[in-house]
Ligand binder design. Structure first.
Ligand SMILES: Cc1cc2nc3c(=O)[nH]c(=O)nc-3n(C[C@H](O)[C@H](O)[C@H](O)COP(=O)(O)OP(=O)(O)OC[C@H]3O[C@@H](n4cnc5c(N)ncnc54)[C@H](O)[C@@H]3O)c2cc1C
Length: 246
């Protein structure tokens, strides 16, 4: 690994007052756990030049670091080449045969807590996700909440829907939101942009409801319904209600 220093970072349980400094051409590999990723992000913001995300592999070629990571929900593989800098990444397994250091949690990470509104089932590990986009309004999201409760599913949303205040930010799915891998993803009033699809696992089966027959989401959906959600969602929740009561 000529030219580059590769350092495994263990997350220490206690705070570390002073952190070691690193020369150019260093790759710091944190564990791909919730705590490891949080610390990697905080460390990169304070001391790093590049935050590479979760890597599946890396190599040194012609003195350049070549980092490989998956993107768009595992649909494509990206390679990032760096000639120099302090790079921060996470990996599931520590790199064999390299040095290991311990870093503590950042001493002050502001945490804002807010109660979850509406649907209480979390997106993490949900078997069914019922998700809405800009094509819905408040009534539409209230119906999604009801449908999610009827099928024991979790409610998800696109970034614009969250910006409109239709769902809490903890419900955002996509490139800058959560990554979900349910068996079934009901996409309602969502156009199917790459940024949204990046948050859905490639093995998930998508069922889409959209008023526009040319909406890109239909290219990714196993089943598509061209319909106005304002008409279809009340019918869907009524049908599910009849199924539950019989
Ligand atoms: C750096 C970056 C990160 C981003 N991260 C994310 C992310 O994490 N998650 C995310 O979702 N987006 C993200 N975005 C935004 C993304 O580019 C899109 O703007 C967004 O995904 C579109 O959301 P949407 O499908 O809800 O809205 P739109 O694209 O506006 O689609 C709305 C859909 O609703 C349909 N519709 C309208 N009325 C009805 C009706 N009555 N019944 C049925 N269908 C109807 C329309 O036909 C349309 O297809 C990101 C963008 C950037 C630049």
């Amino acid at each position: 690994m000529s030219g580059w220093r590769i350092v495994n970072v263990m997350v220490a349980g206690t705070e570390v007052a002073s952190e070691p400094s690193f020369a150019e051409r260093t790759l710091l590999v944190f564990p791909a756990s919730g705590e490891g990723e949080a610390l990697a992000g905080a460390f990169a913001a304070l001391h790093g030049d590049y935050l590479l995300g979760r890597l599946s592999a890396f190599a040194i070629e012609d003195d350049k670091l070549v980092a490989t990571r998956m993107a768009y929900g595992g649909r494509i593989s990206l390679q990032v080449r760096l000639a120099r800098g302090i790079a921060v990444a996470t990996m599931r397994e520590p790199c064999a045969g390299t040095e290991t250091i311990s870093l503590g949690r950042p001493s002050s990470v502001p945490v804002a807590r807010s109660p979850l509104a509406g649907n209480r089932i979390g997106l993490e590990g949900a078997h069914i996700v019922v998700s809405g986009g800009r094509g819905l309004d408040e009534t539409g999201f209230a119906l999604l909440d009801r449908i999610a409760a009827q099928v024991d599913g979790a409610v998800g949303a696109s970034l614009p829907a969250i910006d409109l205040g239709l769902a809490s930010v903890s419900r955002q799915i996509g490139q800058s939101g959560k990554f979900v891998t349910p068996a079934l993803y009901l996409a309602v009033g969502l156009s199917g942009t790459p940024q949204h699809l990046a948050g859905i696992g490639s093995a998930t089966r998508i069922v889409a409801i959209n008023a526009d027959r040319d909406a890109p989401i239909f290219r990714f959906a196993e089943l598509g319904v061209v319909a106005d959600a304002r008409t279809l969602l009340p019918e869907l929740t009524a049908a599910l209600g009849r199924r539950v009561s019989t």
